[in-house]
Design a binder for this molecule. Structure first.
Ligand code: IPE
Ligand code: IPE
Ligand code: MG
Length: 245
């Protein structure tokens, strides 16, 4: 038995999280340790994405969301930003057929601000190839920021507020959530962040109100299937109370 198979056999399918969100962090530091440029780290990070997507399919996970590019990441050097945008699109193009074969539904969530129409269309056209699938829902948070998502939701709601369809008597969490990028995605029950940083960095801030958090020092390009299963095993030993007793 491989170490992966051993860990997999320890997972209780009845206690599997429904939705795992991942903050992939540490590509730059990983590359630096190797004496290479930051983009080398990002390229190697794609291998870790492939690994955890495969592991997610193998264990029968329903939802996986990864943080690929934040609204704050535009502040990085121009070369890195350009490289990241290209890497994200190229990886999607390279992987979409294999992911489709694995019955994965691929979606991008985030803002369109600052992304060219051409880029948006390419992403959309690739993702569409997977939309008849019924397996793992794989969401890529790209140009995503939790605060911008809340502002965008209010902007989307505005016409219905003006018409009176939404008013202060009927507005509740359920209605509000319909206007988020994640309207048809359940809240994550588990969030993993690599590289030792312990913060959300504007990721799914509304949706993570009751999410279990997991931090590991492993840098993203070193985070592989086994580390992912170890994280899930940690989740399975937790006691979630949701404000109750
Ligand atoms: C995460 O790695 C990838 C993205 C933010 C796109 P970083 O690039 O943040 O790596 P560090 O944190 O500088 O090591
Ligand atoms: C969070 O990582 C964003 C992504 C993983 C896409 P960052 O490296 O950008 O976050 P900070 O700067 O450490 O908060
Ligand atoms: Mg970082």
């Amino acid at each position: 038995m491989t170490r992966f198979e051993k860990l997999k056999s320890q997972i209780d399918p009845k206690k599997l999280p429904n939705h795992i969100a991942v903050i992939m962090d540490g590509n730059g530091r990983w590359a630096k340790k190797k004496g290479a440029g930051r983009l080398y780290g990002h390229k190697n990070g794609v291998e870790s994405v492939r690994a955890i997507v495969e592991a997610s399919v193998e264990i029968g996970l329903k939802y996986l969301t990864i943080y690929a590019f934040s609204t704050e990441n535009w502040s990085r050097p121009e070369d890195e930003v350009k490289g990241l945008l290209k890497l994200i699109l190229d990886s999607l193009v390279n992987e979409i057929d294999q992911m489709s074969k694995n019955n994965i539904v691929v979606r991008f969530i985030g803002s369109n601000d600052n992304l060219s129409l051409e880029y948006q269309k390419k992403i959309q056209d690739e993702c569409k190839k997977s939309w008849n699938n019924t397996g793992l829902n794989f969401n890529i948070a790209m140009n995503y920021g939790g605060r911008l998502e809340l502002i965008d939701a209010i902007k989307e709601m505005m016409p219905e507020i003006i018409s009176g369809d939404i008013n202060k008597d009927n507005l509740d969490e359920k209605i509000f959530e319909k206007y988020l990028y994640t309207s048809d995605i359940p809240d994550p029950d588990f969030m993993v962040r690599t590289s030792g940083e312990k913060r959300l960095s504007n990721f799914l801030i509304w949706q993570s109100a009751y999410t279990e958090l997991y931090f590991t020092d492993i840098l993203w390009p070193d985070f592989k299937k086994e580390a992912f299963l170890e994280a899930i095993l940690d989740f399975q030993n937790r006691n979630r109370r949701f404000g109750g007793v």
